[in-house]
Design a binder for this molecule. Sequence first.
Ligand code: CAA
Length: 389
Amino acid sequence: MTDLPIYPLTHEHKMLRDTARDFAQKEIVPIAAEFDESGEFPHATIKKMGEMGFMGIEVPEQYGGAGMDALAYTLALEEICKADAAHGVIMSVNNSLYCHGILNFGTEEQKHKFVTPIASGKAIGGYSLTEPQGGSDAGAIKSRATRDGGFYVLNGRKSWVTSGPVADYFIVFMVTDPDKKQKGISAFLVDGKTKGLTRGKKEPKLGIRASATSELIFEDCRVPVENRLAMEGEGFKIAMTMLDAGRIGIATQALGIAEAAYEAARLHAGQREAFGQPIGAFQGTGFKIADMKTRIEASRLLTYNAALAKEKAKESGKRYSLEASMAKLFASETAMYVTHQAIQIHGGMGYSRELPLERYFRDAKITEIYEGTSEIQRLVISRSELGIK
Ligand code: CAA
């Protein structure tokens, strides 16, 4: 990557980035294709990532984390995603959806109980908002949490939960007051072993196949009142705030995928000869390289900028929805463009499963879909610009 001078990377940033790069290239790259093929969850490498502190980079040390900043997290995640986007999304959900949300809205007890095991790499966290009838329209969820003395009784079906089959703890969003629409949604912290919670069908996915995704089924699942995150009715805002952080993680994932595909294409364009010269010397290929590089660097600027906005928000409390959505929108569309062109530059070999290009292409697609589709990002950006609710 280019060490852009406008981003003042500290010694700690560079150390973390280099450590993540070294680990990812040595330990993840050699196994990525095998786990993609089998669709098995990479327990061993995820455990090592936890031991290295990658699962709670921004979490203060008192809750088991590394106590670093948002840019540090982005730099480390980018390196993991260059090696394998499936490992990347597991890391992203742990850091930016799960830990970030509890740190922002949880009580001291909740932080100790639910953040420490995840941030220290001993357990895995999940975020459960989507339902079969409520994806983009997150306010339309129907699953119910009904108060019963010192408990809430949870009922409903959740879908597309990253790490659903393997996570130890979940943040779950449910309706506590159906008359109030978004303002009737509340958030709960649920231990995966709670009676009444079962893991549903595991999704057979196009890409990020080593990350496990499933439904969660709640049938009279009793959760103590002290596991409610913030007040009743605050769930929708919590979900949206978490997604602002999550979208920077997905922008970073897209950036990492694009960089990996680009590097392969750049080398190939310089080495492969046709008609007596490297194919990169033909304008049709050279201009592709120029466009890929430019879009990647623009994605990087938007993504690092969003990370810096997130870091500033820790003091100011200011929303960074616009920065996060612009980064995710541009970086995910760049990842699709770059992986597409990288296959084209490789010709038949790009289409072969012997090279990782086709995996990058399949993995890139999800970045335009989850944590808010490109259409939802455009909605967030245009509403923000036009001041329309
Ligand atoms: N931060 C704080 N508050 C926010 C907010 C944010 N980012 N976005 C909205 N709100 C607040 C609004 O200010 C408003 O509050 P008031 O009524 O007090 O003014 C309230 O929430 C309702 O906002 P909207 O009217 O804008 O809500 P909406 O129903 O129009 O929805 C939306 C807005 C942006 C479309 C939202 O529904 C959305 O983001 N949809 C996509 C959901 C999504 O990304 N799902 C992915 C789930 S996770 C996943 O993919 C799987 C995984 O495990 C990785």
